[in-house]
Design a protein around this ligand. Structure first.
Ligand SMILES: Cc1ncc(COP(=O)(O)O)c(C=O)c1O
Length: 405
């Protein structure tokens, strides 16, 4: 390398210290190569070449830093990890193949046979299945509790409890947990507090700064934001992340460099998109509350929401997802969904396109009817992930749904 090559490399070592979130979203995790590219490069390679057998042995033996194999590390994946860690305010992030892989890896790397989890009963359906059906086989047991009631969390703690797990706001009923208050309980009992921050993203809420130990994302949702890729990430301190990294490196649920690159691009526009999602969702929630045919609207931005004050304190915005109950049962809900034309009927959320879902028969369909009833996911409930289309066009489509019931 010439002197100017070295100087150029020096220039792009971005130090995130002191920068605001919008800047971190576009600048952190940037490692320009000697080609001088302005956009982050993709490294689609499965392995890396060593200059000698000695160097290969040193890398494998851990005596020398550097890439070995893309199941372990990949530069593009590392850029994404650095950027999301900076945005969440964590020491380190570990990217995973999906949001579920992020949850599984966190649990299997930080717990063992005989450990116990206290989990919010209002979490994503697959998360419930993971705890109930699969982690139970490894000897990790779970108690589900009302996420809104801090006393119920503490009452469920046993001598074997290792982790408290929650989503806030929850999917699909927008129930909130006071993270700061729960972190006091977690510290008192020496437990890991893990928060799935999928719905808020670091733009609206940074749980690590509120006392959580670990933040998890399904990057498939808002971090991508345009429904292109499946992926996940875990963020926390170096000690915990070394364990999660060790599990991913061995277990193999790693993120592909292409997906990491898409998420890097997604993060660059995250703040703008979240602002637009929040604005449209707020207007939609207020509008739905006034419509005949709607029984209840669940959105933490509404004054009618039982935890509106907590949402104002804990979040800097109310998010893009709301749910509502229609008058009638499942038949009415399905009629409503089928009558919409522009809105996409799909299980995904956090997309720039508005999406509509019937949780009881899709995302939460694998839960038992009793668990669904307990979680408040009734047959007449519809979830709307409000996109960034013109709000009047979304309303016009929703009117078709209302007219059908
Ligand atoms: C809150 C939440 N967490 C985790 C997941 C799982 O993520 P993935 O589908 O990327 O595995 C989802 C998926 O819908 C989700 O809504």
């Amino acid at each position: 390398m010439s002197i100017s090559d070295y100087e150029r490399q020096e220039r792009i070592q971005f130090d995130p210290e002191g920068y605001e979130l919008s800047t971190l979203a576009v600048r952190s995790g940037q490692h320009r190569s000697l080609e001088g590219e302005h956009s982050d490069p993709i490294y689609p390679t499965s392995s890396y070449v060593f200059s000698s057998a000695r160097e290969a042995a040193a890398r494998f033996g851990g005596d020398e830093k550097g890439n070995i194999y893309s199941r372990f590390t990949n530069p593009t994946v590392q850029f994404f990890e650095e950027r999301i860690a900076a945005m969440e305010g964590g020491e380190r992030a570990v990217a995973t193949a999906s949001g579920m892989a992020a949850i599984l890896s966190t649990c299997l790397s930080l717990m063992q046979n005989g450990d116990h989890v206290v989990c919010s009963r209002s979490v994503f359906g697959s998360t419930v299945s993971l705890f109930e059906k699969y982690l139970s086989r490894t000897g990790i047991s779970t108690t589900f509790v009302d996420p809104t009631n801090i006393a119920s969390w503490e009452e469920a703690i046993q001598p074997e409890t290792k982790m408290l797990f929650l989503e806030t706001p929850s999917n699909p009923l927008a129930e909130l947990t006071d993270v700061e208050a729960l972190s006091v309980v977690a510290k008192k009992h020496d437990l890991l507090l893990v928060v799935d921050n999928c719905f808020c993203t670091p733009v609206l809420q940074q749980p690590l700064k509120q006392g959580a130990d670990i933040v998890i994302h399904s990057a498939t949702k808002y971090l991508d934001g345009q429904g292109r890729c499946v992926g996940g990430v875990v963020v926390g301190n170096d000690k915990h992340m070394e364990e999660v990294f060790g599990f991913i490196r061995t277990g193999g649920a790693c993120l592909s460099p292409f997906n990491a690159w898409v998420f890097l691009k997604g993060l660059e526009t995250l703040k703008l998109r979240m602002d637009a999602h929040c604005k449209n969702a707020m207007e939609m929630a207020r509008w739905l509350e006034q419509q005949d045919g709607i029984e209840r609207v669940f959105y933490s931005g509404l004054e009618s929401h039982a935890q509106h004050d907590l949402a104002k304190r804990q979040q800097t915005g109310f998010g893009g997802v709301l749910s509502f109950e229609v008058k009638g049962g499942q038949e009415a809900a399905w009629k409503f969904i089928d009558a919409t034309q522009m809105i996409s009927i799909t299980g995904n959320l956090g997309d720039v396109k508005t999406t509509i879902t019937h949780p009881a028969t899709t995302t939460h369909g694998r839960m038992t009817p009793e668990a669904r009833a307990e979680a408040g996911v009734h047959d007449n409930l519809i979830r709307l992930s409000v996109g960034i289309e013109d709000i009047n066009d979304i309303k016009a489509d929703m009117l078709l749904g209302l007219a059908a019931i």
